[in-house]
Design a protein around this ligand. Sequence first.
Ligand SMILES: NC(=O)c1ccc[n+]([C@@H]2O[C@H](COP(=O)([O-])OP(=O)(O)OC[C@H]3O[C@@H](n4cnc5c(N)ncnc54)[C@H](OP(=O)(O)O)[C@@H]3O)[C@@H](O)[C@H]2O)c1
Length: 288
Amino acid sequence: MSDRSDQRIAVISGATRGIGRALVDVLAGQWGAGGTVYLTARRAEDGVAVTAALRANGRNVDWLPFDLDDSGSAQRLADTLHARHGGVDVAVLNAAFAPRDDIPAAAQARRMIEANNHGTLRFLNAFSSIMRANGRLVVVASGFGVLASLPENLRPRFDTNMRSASAIDRSMDDYVVAVETGEAGAEGWPEWVNIPSKVGQVAVTRAFAREWRGNGRRAPGVLINAACPGLTLTDATRDLMNTVFKGRTAQTVEEAANGLMPLLTLPSGTGEPDGELVRHGNVIPFGN
Ligand SMILES: NC(=O)c1ccc[n+]([C@@H]2O[C@H](COP(=O)([O-])OP(=O)(O)OC[C@H]3O[C@@H](n4cnc5c(N)ncnc54)[C@H](OP(=O)(O)O)[C@@H]3O)[C@@H](O)[C@H]2O)c1
């Protein structure tokens, strides 16, 4: 049964902690009684606990399970929300496997690409068709996710004007093989696994938005974008502040959430950005 009311519905994935949890808090605070914000969790105990904590703070929230490592999870999540509400107004892929800099790339690239890259395409495929009119579908990526992060020879693989989202996504498997066979350095891939992954994630989102724009199945006014939250102190970055992010200052999760809000709440009838990477409301050029 679908919910026929005009209540707004959002889903923020990976919201047990970090930026995702803060984003649920901020969006639910802004919507008040006018909507429900679903957070997702991998473990029921986390979903129940975070939901209870936010409800105690007056937030109109609920939770559903979602696991990037489970290839059917995004579709089940979308199906559940479609059955309950007939669609969603805001869907955010924020959940991500967090790589560590003290583990060799070869030991974590496959898991990371499977979750964060193939998982992104699964999420886009599952949610694009249930976005309500003027819906906002957002993939939280990173400012690393631009062509300038890669040497010239690798950039054609991420040509979002010429290549399909699924072809770009499949290219990420070539990256995994290159890492595992020790060829990645010679091919020009950056050593830090997060960089190829984020370039692929943004490229897939851009190509997907372009394809989806032309296929006639998009509800009117739906916008699909990637976002960079900006460097934020979370469990994912705490151990990297003296290495990967040495000398840089990290914002709080509340600041990151507030910076993402303009993209999630673009007014109805807005035509752009679409297929872009956006940080704090400003488009970061992808490079093609
Ligand atoms: N922090 C930054 O400076 C920064 C900068 C640029 C981009 N980002 C991006 O922003 C997003 C949030 O980052 P964060 O720093 O808030 O990360 P975080 O503190 O590590 O939180 C990650 C969230 O994702 C969930 N998650 C992890 N693996 C998952 C899986 N396999 N399936 C489903 N959920 C999973 C975690 O749930 P559990 O509690 O179950 O582990 C947690 O809720 C990520 O996409 C990240 O790449 C962050």
